[in-house]
Design a binder for this molecule. Structure first.
Ligand code: COA
Length: 254
């Protein structure tokens, strides 16, 4: 069985880290498989949301440390790089269901997810400095932005862990739900995203992630898109459905 399982469930691409005996630590083959899955999601108009989770009691124990040792002895470039490019540029919305501990890149990848739900046993830690390393996946940029400088420093400098409740309180995860309900909830969120007008969703995600940084610039950027959206077939269907007092059907759009 492959260490990353990728299956399509209707409009949702489900990616499951499937190396539970090694706590879903990521090998180069797993990075490559995930990068391929993200590219597939963006290339296939039938896929409208991506769901990422782990098999077993751990979401992801980070990079495979044996791989780190091999890499330290070679001059090869970091093989997580194409994965990070594909993840950070993913246009399709991404839901992460954190089923247990998330360490290193297991946590930093979550800063690129759009919605994160976690079980009560989830724990988030980035022990880079204690391993003699530095943060990756733009976590040194995204964590101060997400959580504030002091909290990010405790996580990234000291390597302190966040438990699920703290992660929820700090806004790093959307919801904490019982382990037994995690996948049902995650699939529910993915289905809700998948039922929305797909281009409106992709453009909103792009604005949230990479819109212009200044308020006047962002207002101008949104207005251009808003004007285009008003004339879009997706909006026409939404307005028509409202007038006809029926549920809109966006399934024909891509
Ligand atoms: N790389 C390679 N192997 C890993 C691994 C990793 N990042 N994380 C866990 N494993 C392996 C262990 O070596 C062990 O293998 P073995 O059964 O052949 O001895 C197996 O997974 C189970 O791990 P174990 O530590 O016994 O499980 P646990 O439930 O007690 O603890 C973790 C789980 C995730 C908390 C713990 O394994 C851990 O801290 N892992 C390292 C995390 C890390 O530092 N990652 C790098 C961040 S940059």
């Amino acid at each position: 069985m492959t260490d990353v399982s990728v299956t399509q469930a209707g409009p949702v691409l489900e990616i499951i880290l499937n190396r539970p005996e090694k706590k879903n630590a990521l090998t180069r083959a797993m990075y490559a498989a995930m990068a391929d899955a993200f590219r597939l999601a963006d290339a296939d108009p039938a896929i409208r949301a991506v769901l990422l989770t782990g098999n077993g009691d751990t979401f992801c124990a980070g990079n495979d440390i044996a791989d780190f040792q091999v890499r330290a002895e070679t001059t090869e470039t970091i093989h997580a790089s194409p994965f990070l490019v594909a993840l950070s540029s993913l246009a399709t919305p991404l839901v992460a269901a954190v089923n247990g501990a998330a360490i290193g890149v297991g946590t930093t990848m979550l800063a690129h997810a759009d919605l994160v739900i976690a079980c009560p046993l989830a724990r988030f830690a980035m022990p880079f400095t204690s391993l003699g390393l530095v943060p990756e996946a733009a976590s040194s940029l995204l964590f101060p932005r997400l959580l504030g400088h002091q909290r990010a420093s405790a996580l990234l400098l000291l390597g302190e862990a966040m438990d699920a409740t703290t992660a929820k309180d700090w806004g790093f995860v959307n919801r904490v739900v019982a382990s037994a309900d995690l996948m049902t909830e995650a699939r529910g969120l993915a289905a809700r995203l998948a039922a929305l007008p797909p281009e409106a969703v992709r453009q909103t995600k792009a604005l949230i992630k990479n819109g212009r940084p200044d308020v006047p610039g962002r207002i101008a950027e949104e207005l251009v898109l808003f004007g285009q959206r008003l004339r879009s077939p997706e909006a026409a269907e939404a307005f028509q459905a409202f007038m006809e007092k029926r549920k809109p059907d966006f399934s024909r759009f891509s």
